[in-house]
Design a protein around this ligand. Structure first.
Ligand code: MN3
Length: 200
């Protein structure tokens, strides 16, 4: 089995009260685990078994939908856990903070634009901040478990920050109030990790 569920870098209750422990436990141990299991089952005994997750994303047009959905789900959640943290929160720091200010004018304006992208993503999906080749950053969103590593996803650049807006990410605590969950997310962003990805 080439893929495995990464350990969370903090306890399930570490993100309280912004994200509750029960949501974190189900999201990580059930939802993310299911993407990993389904991905392993889908690639077993095929040529795809030898490919890295990043290679699968880069060659997404050549893989079946089950690999797109579950491979995307595995990459997206593996990223998501790392860019959250109990000591997180804004404003953005370091090189990514500078890029945000340069692109959007201010951290607050970035928050406003990112919130809009995350709020208006219809149904299930993700909002992203991506580094462009000129060093600027842009916001976009994708449906389902698509991500900017997929050439046909409609998001350009290297993803440095992503927000899961599937209902499973917030429904137990926030029910239909996605904007409240998005506001709470900004209290958790681990800008050190976002900078690590920005400088990668
Ligand atoms: Mn999710």
């Amino acid at each position: 089995m080439p893929f495995e569920l990464p350990k969370l870098p903090y306890a399930y209750d570490a993100l309280e009260p912004s994200i509750d422990a029960q949501t974190m436990e189900i999201h990580h141990s059930k939802h993310h685990q299911a993407y990993v299991t389904n991905l392993n089952n889908a690639v077993a005994g095929t040529d795809l078994e030898a490919m890295s997750l990043e290679d699968l994303m880069a060659n997404i047009a050549k893989v079946p939908p089950v690999v797109r959905n579950n491979g995307g789900g595995h990459w997206n959640h593996s990223m998501f856990w790392t860019i959250l943290g109990p000591n997180g929160g804004g404003p953005a720091t370091g090189a990514v903070g500078e890029a945000i200010t340069k692109t959007f004018g201010s951290y607050d304006k970035f928050k406003e634009e990112f919130t809009k992208a995350a709020t208006t993503r219809f149904g299930s999906g993700w909002a992203w901040l991506c580094k462009q080749t000129d060093g600027s950053v842009q916001i976009c969103s994708t449906p389902n478990q698509d991500n900017p590593l997929m050439p046909d996803a409609g998001c350009k650049g290297h993803p440095v920050l992503g927000l899961d807006v599937w209902e499973h990410a917030y429904y137990l605590k926030y029910q239909n109030r996605r904007p409240d969950y998005i506001a709470a997310f900004f209290n958790l962003v681990n800008w050190d990790e976002v900078n690590r990805r920005f400088n990668d």
